[in-house]
Ligand binder design. Structure first.
Ligand code: PLP
Ligand code: COI
Length: 360
Protein backbone atom coordinates (compact mmCIF):
# COMPACT_ATOMS: atom_id res chain seq x y z
CA UNK A 1 0.00 0.00 0.00
CA UNK A 2 1.35 3.48 -0.81
CA UNK A 3 1.24 5.93 2.06
CA UNK A 4 0.18 9.50 1.43
CA UNK A 5 2.73 12.20 2.18
CA UNK A 6 1.56 14.98 4.45
CA UNK A 7 1.08 18.20 2.51
CA UNK A 8 1.76 21.41 4.44
CA UNK A 9 -0.74 24.28 4.29
CA UNK A 10 0.57 26.63 7.00
CA UNK A 11 -1.65 28.95 8.98
CA UNK A 12 -1.61 32.54 7.82
CA UNK A 13 -2.91 33.62 11.18
CA UNK A 14 -1.04 31.87 14.05
CA UNK A 15 -1.24 33.24 17.58
CA UNK A 16 1.36 35.92 18.33
CA UNK A 17 4.45 35.04 20.40
CA UNK A 18 3.01 37.03 23.31
CA UNK A 19 -0.36 35.25 23.18
CA UNK A 20 1.34 31.84 23.01
CA UNK A 21 3.73 32.68 25.86
CA UNK A 22 0.79 33.74 28.04
CA UNK A 23 -0.87 30.35 27.44
CA UNK A 24 2.35 28.42 28.04
CA UNK A 25 2.81 30.19 31.38
CA UNK A 26 -0.26 28.36 32.69
CA UNK A 27 -1.53 25.85 30.14
CA UNK A 28 -3.76 23.68 32.36
CA UNK A 29 -4.89 20.51 30.56
CA UNK A 30 -6.70 20.37 27.23
CA UNK A 31 -7.83 23.97 27.22
CA UNK A 32 -5.64 25.51 24.49
CA UNK A 33 -4.67 24.16 21.08
CA UNK A 34 -1.74 24.88 18.80
CA UNK A 35 -1.93 26.65 15.42
CA UNK A 36 -2.20 23.55 13.22
CA UNK A 37 -3.75 20.10 12.92
CA UNK A 38 -3.26 17.04 10.71
CA UNK A 39 -6.12 15.53 8.72
CA UNK A 40 -5.96 12.28 6.73
CA UNK A 41 -8.98 10.77 5.01
CA UNK A 42 -9.86 7.12 4.50
CA UNK A 43 -12.36 5.94 1.92
CA UNK A 44 -13.48 2.37 1.24
CA UNK A 45 -11.71 1.07 -1.87
CA UNK A 46 -9.20 3.93 -1.88
CA UNK A 47 -7.54 3.68 1.53
CA UNK A 48 -5.69 6.57 3.18
CA UNK A 49 -5.46 9.76 1.15
CA UNK A 50 -5.38 13.56 1.29
CA UNK A 51 -2.93 13.87 4.21
CA UNK A 52 -2.63 17.53 5.17
CA UNK A 53 -1.18 19.74 7.89
CA UNK A 54 -3.59 22.67 7.98
CA UNK A 55 -4.47 25.62 10.25
CA UNK A 56 -6.37 24.54 13.38
CA UNK A 57 -10.02 25.24 12.62
CA UNK A 58 -13.54 24.01 13.39
CA UNK A 59 -14.96 21.20 11.28
CA UNK A 60 -18.20 21.52 9.44
CA UNK A 61 -20.38 18.46 9.91
CA UNK A 62 -23.57 17.08 8.42
CA UNK A 63 -26.17 16.46 11.17
CA UNK A 64 -26.41 12.87 9.95
CA UNK A 65 -22.67 12.25 10.36
CA UNK A 66 -22.57 8.65 11.60
CA UNK A 67 -20.24 9.36 14.55
CA UNK A 68 -22.75 11.76 16.07
CA UNK A 69 -25.26 8.92 16.24
CA UNK A 70 -23.38 5.65 16.66
CA UNK A 71 -20.02 6.76 18.11
CA UNK A 72 -17.60 4.94 15.82
CA UNK A 73 -14.64 6.90 17.16
CA UNK A 74 -11.27 6.22 18.81
CA UNK A 75 -8.46 8.34 20.21
CA UNK A 76 -4.95 8.30 21.66
CA UNK A 77 -2.94 10.47 24.03
CA UNK A 78 0.84 10.90 24.05
CA UNK A 79 3.27 13.63 25.02
CA UNK A 80 6.22 15.48 23.48
CA UNK A 81 8.87 16.71 25.91
CA UNK A 82 11.58 19.32 25.53
CA UNK A 83 14.99 17.66 25.99
CA UNK A 84 17.97 19.26 27.75
CA UNK A 85 19.63 20.10 24.40
CA UNK A 86 16.51 21.97 23.23
CA UNK A 87 15.31 19.22 20.88
CA UNK A 88 11.90 17.57 21.27
CA UNK A 89 11.08 13.88 21.70
CA UNK A 90 7.91 11.86 22.14
CA UNK A 91 7.54 8.90 24.50
CA UNK A 92 6.80 5.49 22.93
CA UNK A 93 4.69 6.76 19.98
CA UNK A 94 4.81 3.32 18.34
CA UNK A 95 3.02 1.85 21.36
CA UNK A 96 0.27 4.46 20.92
CA UNK A 97 0.12 3.73 17.18
CA UNK A 98 -0.28 0.02 17.88
CA UNK A 99 -2.96 0.57 20.53
CA UNK A 100 -4.75 2.85 18.05
CA UNK A 101 -4.75 -0.04 15.57
CA UNK A 102 -6.11 -2.40 18.24
CA UNK A 103 -8.86 0.12 19.09
CA UNK A 104 -9.66 0.42 15.36
CA UNK A 105 -10.03 -3.36 15.01
CA UNK A 106 -12.45 -3.50 17.95
CA UNK A 107 -14.53 -0.63 16.60
CA UNK A 108 -14.64 -1.96 13.00
CA UNK A 109 -12.54 0.94 11.73
CA UNK A 110 -9.60 0.96 9.28
CA UNK A 111 -6.11 0.55 10.77
CA UNK A 112 -3.81 3.51 10.24
CA UNK A 113 -0.25 2.32 9.46
CA UNK A 114 1.95 2.95 12.52
CA UNK A 115 4.46 4.89 10.39
CA UNK A 116 1.76 7.30 9.25
CA UNK A 117 0.50 7.76 12.83
CA UNK A 118 4.04 8.64 13.98
CA UNK A 119 4.72 10.84 10.95
CA UNK A 120 1.47 12.76 11.51
CA UNK A 121 2.41 13.46 15.15
CA UNK A 122 5.96 14.43 14.16
CA UNK A 123 4.78 16.79 11.42
CA UNK A 124 2.44 18.62 13.79
CA UNK A 125 5.05 18.89 16.56
CA UNK A 126 7.68 20.21 14.13
CA UNK A 127 5.32 22.79 12.69
CA UNK A 128 4.15 23.95 16.13
CA UNK A 129 7.43 23.38 18.00
CA UNK A 130 7.17 26.81 19.64
CA UNK A 131 4.25 25.32 21.59
CA UNK A 132 6.35 22.66 23.36
CA UNK A 133 6.71 23.98 26.91
CA UNK A 134 10.23 24.43 28.20
CA UNK A 135 10.53 22.88 31.55
CA UNK A 136 9.83 20.36 34.24
CA UNK A 137 6.71 18.30 33.86
CA UNK A 138 5.10 20.46 31.20
CA UNK A 139 4.73 18.91 27.77
CA UNK A 140 2.85 19.11 24.50
CA UNK A 141 -0.04 16.62 24.65
CA UNK A 142 -0.87 15.05 21.29
CA UNK A 143 -4.40 13.87 20.66
CA UNK A 144 -4.64 11.65 17.56
CA UNK A 145 -8.21 10.52 16.88
CA UNK A 146 -10.38 9.03 14.17
CA UNK A 147 -14.10 9.06 13.52
CA UNK A 148 -16.65 7.97 10.93
CA UNK A 149 -17.19 10.81 8.46
CA UNK A 150 -19.85 9.16 6.34
CA UNK A 151 -23.34 10.64 6.37
CA UNK A 152 -26.27 8.32 7.00
CA UNK A 153 -28.32 6.62 9.68
CA UNK A 154 -27.79 2.98 8.76
CA UNK A 155 -26.16 1.03 11.59
CA UNK A 156 -23.03 -0.47 10.00
CA UNK A 157 -19.32 0.36 9.79
CA UNK A 158 -18.88 3.64 7.90
CA UNK A 159 -17.13 3.68 4.54
CA UNK A 160 -15.39 7.01 5.18
CA UNK A 161 -13.26 8.06 8.15
CA UNK A 162 -11.24 11.08 9.14
CA UNK A 163 -8.01 10.71 11.15
CA UNK A 164 -6.77 13.86 12.86
CA UNK A 165 -4.06 14.99 15.25
CA UNK A 166 -4.39 18.09 17.40
CA UNK A 167 -1.98 19.26 20.10
CA UNK A 168 -2.44 21.01 23.40
CA UNK A 169 0.21 22.33 25.80
CA UNK A 170 -0.17 20.53 29.14
CA UNK A 171 0.76 21.51 32.65
CA UNK A 172 -0.37 19.29 35.49
CA UNK A 173 -3.52 17.21 34.88
CA UNK A 174 -4.53 17.64 38.50
CA UNK A 175 -4.27 21.37 39.18
CA UNK A 176 -3.27 20.82 42.83
CA UNK A 177 0.09 19.27 41.81
CA UNK A 178 1.28 15.96 43.27
CA UNK A 179 -1.44 15.76 45.83
CA UNK A 180 -2.92 12.37 46.71
CA UNK A 181 -6.35 11.84 45.18
CA UNK A 182 -9.39 10.41 46.96
CA UNK A 183 -11.12 7.59 45.13
CA UNK A 184 -14.64 6.17 45.04
CA UNK A 185 -15.08 2.41 44.52
CA UNK A 186 -17.87 2.22 41.96
CA UNK A 187 -20.14 -0.66 42.94
CA UNK A 188 -23.28 0.56 41.19
CA UNK A 189 -21.88 1.48 37.76
CA UNK A 190 -19.41 -0.58 35.74
CA UNK A 191 -17.05 0.63 33.03
CA UNK A 192 -16.56 -2.45 30.92
CA UNK A 193 -17.01 -6.17 30.68
CA UNK A 194 -14.94 -8.84 28.99
CA UNK A 195 -15.91 -8.92 25.31
CA UNK A 196 -16.98 -5.27 25.44
CA UNK A 197 -14.98 -2.20 24.49
CA UNK A 198 -13.04 -1.61 27.74
CA UNK A 199 -9.64 -2.35 26.19
CA UNK A 200 -10.28 0.07 23.31
CA UNK A 201 -9.74 3.79 23.63
CA UNK A 202 -13.16 4.78 22.35
CA UNK A 203 -15.28 7.77 23.30
CA UNK A 204 -18.23 5.75 24.57
CA UNK A 205 -16.19 4.34 27.45
CA UNK A 206 -15.61 7.86 28.70
CA UNK A 207 -19.22 8.97 28.16
CA UNK A 208 -20.37 5.96 30.17
CA UNK A 209 -17.98 6.86 32.99
CA UNK A 210 -19.28 10.37 33.62
CA UNK A 211 -22.25 9.49 35.78
CA UNK A 212 -19.99 7.43 38.06
CA UNK A 213 -17.48 10.27 38.17
CA UNK A 214 -20.32 12.56 39.25
CA UNK A 215 -21.30 10.02 41.90
CA UNK A 216 -17.69 9.98 43.14
CA UNK A 217 -17.71 13.78 43.33
CA UNK A 218 -21.00 13.73 45.27
CA UNK A 219 -19.23 11.57 47.87
CA UNK A 220 -16.38 14.06 48.02
CA UNK A 221 -13.99 11.93 45.92
CA UNK A 222 -11.73 13.03 43.07
CA UNK A 223 -11.83 9.89 40.94
CA UNK A 224 -13.70 6.64 40.31
CA UNK A 225 -12.08 3.24 40.70
CA UNK A 226 -13.75 0.69 38.43
CA UNK A 227 -14.38 -2.84 39.63
CA UNK A 228 -15.01 -5.90 37.47
CA UNK A 229 -18.52 -6.06 36.05
CA UNK A 230 -19.32 -9.62 37.22
CA UNK A 231 -18.36 -9.88 40.90
CA UNK A 232 -17.93 -6.16 41.60
CA UNK A 233 -14.86 -6.78 43.73
CA UNK A 234 -11.78 -7.09 41.48
CA UNK A 235 -9.96 -3.78 41.02
CA UNK A 236 -9.63 -2.78 37.37
CA UNK A 237 -8.54 0.82 36.81
CA UNK A 238 -9.46 4.48 37.25
CA UNK A 239 -11.22 6.96 34.96
CA UNK A 240 -8.19 7.75 32.80
CA UNK A 241 -5.44 5.89 34.62
CA UNK A 242 -4.24 2.43 35.59
CA UNK A 243 -3.51 1.49 39.20
CA UNK A 244 -0.48 0.11 41.04
CA UNK A 245 -0.39 -1.42 44.54
CA UNK A 246 2.91 -1.18 46.43
CA UNK A 247 3.74 -3.96 48.90
CA UNK A 248 7.11 -2.75 50.26
CA UNK A 249 9.51 -3.39 47.39
CA UNK A 250 6.98 -5.33 45.29
CA UNK A 251 4.56 -3.50 43.03
CA UNK A 252 1.45 -5.10 41.54
CA UNK A 253 -0.89 -3.81 38.82
CA UNK A 254 -4.23 -5.43 37.88
CA UNK A 255 -3.69 -7.86 35.02
CA UNK A 256 -5.16 -7.11 31.59
CA UNK A 257 -8.39 -9.05 31.71
CA UNK A 258 -9.75 -7.64 28.45
CA UNK A 259 -11.93 -5.04 30.14
CA UNK A 260 -9.28 -2.48 31.12
CA UNK A 261 -7.17 -0.20 28.99
CA UNK A 262 -3.61 -1.51 28.42
CA UNK A 263 -1.88 1.68 29.55
CA UNK A 264 1.51 2.52 28.12
CA UNK A 265 2.58 4.15 31.39
CA UNK A 266 1.47 0.99 33.21
CA UNK A 267 3.56 -1.13 30.85
CA UNK A 268 6.59 1.19 31.09
CA UNK A 269 6.49 1.12 34.89
CA UNK A 270 6.73 -2.69 34.99
CA UNK A 271 10.16 -2.24 33.37
CA UNK A 272 11.24 0.96 35.14
CA UNK A 273 10.40 -0.57 38.54
CA UNK A 274 12.52 -3.66 37.76
CA UNK A 275 15.38 -1.36 36.64
CA UNK A 276 15.18 0.28 40.07
CA UNK A 277 15.38 -3.10 41.83
CA UNK A 278 11.72 -3.59 42.68
CA UNK A 279 9.72 -6.69 41.91
CA UNK A 280 6.98 -5.71 39.47
CA UNK A 281 4.03 -8.00 38.71
CA UNK A 282 0.59 -8.19 37.19
CA UNK A 283 -1.98 -9.72 39.51
CA UNK A 284 -5.53 -9.64 40.83
CA UNK A 285 -6.58 -7.58 43.83
CA UNK A 286 -10.01 -7.29 45.40
CA UNK A 287 -11.49 -4.40 47.33
CA UNK A 288 -11.28 -6.62 50.47
CA UNK A 289 -7.54 -7.23 49.83
CA UNK A 290 -7.02 -3.49 49.48
CA UNK A 291 -8.74 -2.65 52.78
CA UNK A 292 -7.20 -5.55 54.74
CA UNK A 293 -3.65 -5.13 53.44
CA UNK A 294 -3.77 -1.40 54.12
CA UNK A 295 -4.95 -2.09 57.68
CA UNK A 296 -2.28 -4.71 58.36
CA UNK A 297 0.39 -2.45 56.88
CA UNK A 298 1.58 -4.76 54.08
CA UNK A 299 0.07 -2.56 51.35
CA UNK A 300 2.25 0.48 51.79
CA UNK A 301 1.23 2.71 48.85
CA UNK A 302 -1.26 2.90 45.98
CA UNK A 303 -0.84 5.10 42.91
CA UNK A 304 -2.49 5.74 39.57
CA UNK A 305 -0.61 6.22 36.30
CA UNK A 306 -1.35 7.47 32.80
CA UNK A 307 -0.07 9.80 30.12
CA UNK A 308 -2.10 12.82 31.16
CA UNK A 309 -1.75 12.32 34.91
CA UNK A 310 1.82 10.79 34.99
CA UNK A 311 1.84 9.18 38.48
CA UNK A 312 -0.62 10.30 41.10
CA UNK A 313 -0.77 8.89 44.64
CA UNK A 314 -4.05 7.59 46.04
CA UNK A 315 -4.60 9.05 49.53
CA UNK A 316 -8.02 7.79 50.57
CA UNK A 317 -10.69 5.32 49.53
CA UNK A 318 -14.46 5.38 49.95
CA UNK A 319 -17.34 3.10 49.01
CA UNK A 320 -20.96 2.60 50.09
CA UNK A 321 -19.70 0.42 52.97
CA UNK A 322 -16.21 1.57 53.85
CA UNK A 323 -13.95 4.55 54.10
CA UNK A 324 -10.21 4.49 54.79
CA UNK A 325 -7.00 6.46 54.50
CA UNK A 326 -4.40 4.79 52.30
CA UNK A 327 -1.22 4.50 54.37
CA UNK A 328 -0.69 7.85 56.06
CA UNK A 329 -2.52 9.63 53.23
CA UNK A 330 0.69 11.21 51.94
CA UNK A 331 2.60 10.49 48.70
CA UNK A 332 4.70 7.35 49.29
CA UNK A 333 8.42 6.90 48.74
CA UNK A 334 8.14 4.26 46.00
CA UNK A 335 5.44 6.28 44.20
CA UNK A 336 7.62 9.38 44.14
CA UNK A 337 10.76 7.43 43.11
CA UNK A 338 8.95 5.87 40.16
CA UNK A 339 7.43 9.23 39.25
CA UNK A 340 10.85 10.86 39.19
CA UNK A 341 12.40 7.99 37.21
CA UNK A 342 9.63 8.16 34.58
CA UNK A 343 9.77 11.96 34.22
CA UNK A 344 13.60 11.97 34.17
CA UNK A 345 13.50 9.52 31.29
CA UNK A 346 10.82 11.43 29.38
CA UNK A 347 12.54 14.78 29.80
CA UNK A 348 15.96 13.39 28.87
CA UNK A 349 17.56 13.75 32.29
CA UNK A 350 18.47 10.05 32.36
CA UNK A 351 19.64 7.69 29.64
CA UNK A 352 16.98 6.08 27.46
CA UNK A 353 18.18 2.50 27.91
CA UNK A 354 15.04 0.94 26.40
CA UNK A 355 14.87 2.99 23.18
CA UNK A 356 11.53 4.49 24.22
CA UNK A 357 12.19 8.10 23.28
CA UNK A 358 11.45 9.12 19.69
CA UNK A 359 13.53 12.20 18.79
CA UNK A 360 12.11 14.48 16.13
N1 PLP B 1 -7.01 3.85 31.54
C1 PLP B 1 -7.80 4.69 30.84
C2 PLP B 1 -9.27 4.45 30.87
C3 PLP B 1 -7.24 5.76 30.12
O1 PLP B 1 -8.01 6.61 29.44
C4 PLP B 1 -5.84 5.95 30.15
C5 PLP B 1 -5.23 7.05 29.42
O2 PLP B 1 -4.83 6.94 28.31
C6 PLP B 1 -5.05 5.04 30.88
C7 PLP B 1 -5.68 4.00 31.55
C8 PLP B 1 -3.57 5.15 30.90
O3 PLP B 1 -3.01 4.84 29.66
P1 PLP B 1 -1.65 5.47 29.16
O4 PLP B 1 -0.64 5.19 30.21
O5 PLP B 1 -1.36 4.80 27.88
O6 PLP B 1 -1.89 6.93 28.99
C1 COI C 1 -4.48 10.13 28.65
O1 COI C 1 -3.81 10.01 29.66
O2 COI C 1 -3.98 10.36 27.53
C2 COI C 1 -5.92 9.99 28.70
O3 COI C 1 -6.47 9.61 27.73
C3 COI C 1 -6.62 10.32 29.93
C4 COI C 1 -7.80 11.21 29.73
C5 COI C 1 -7.42 12.62 29.37
C6 COI C 1 -8.84 10.64 28.86
Amino acid sequence: MTMPTIELKPSSNPLSDAEREAILASPGFGRHFTDHMVTIKWTEGRGWHDAELVPYAPLSMDPANMTLHYAQTIFEGLKAYKQPDGTVATFRPRANAERFQASARRMAMPELPAELFIEACDALIKQDSAWVPDSGEASLYLRPFMFASEVGLGVRPANEFLFMVIASPAGAYFPGGVKPVSVWLSEEYVRAVKGGTGAAKTGGNYAASLVAQAQAASHGCDQVVWLDAVEHRWIEEMGGMNLYFVYGDRIVTPELTGSLLPGITRDSLLTIARDLGYTAEEGRITTEDWKRDNENGTLTEVFACGTAAVITPVGSVKSERANWTQGDGEPGEVTMKLRKALLDLQTGRTADTHGWMHPL
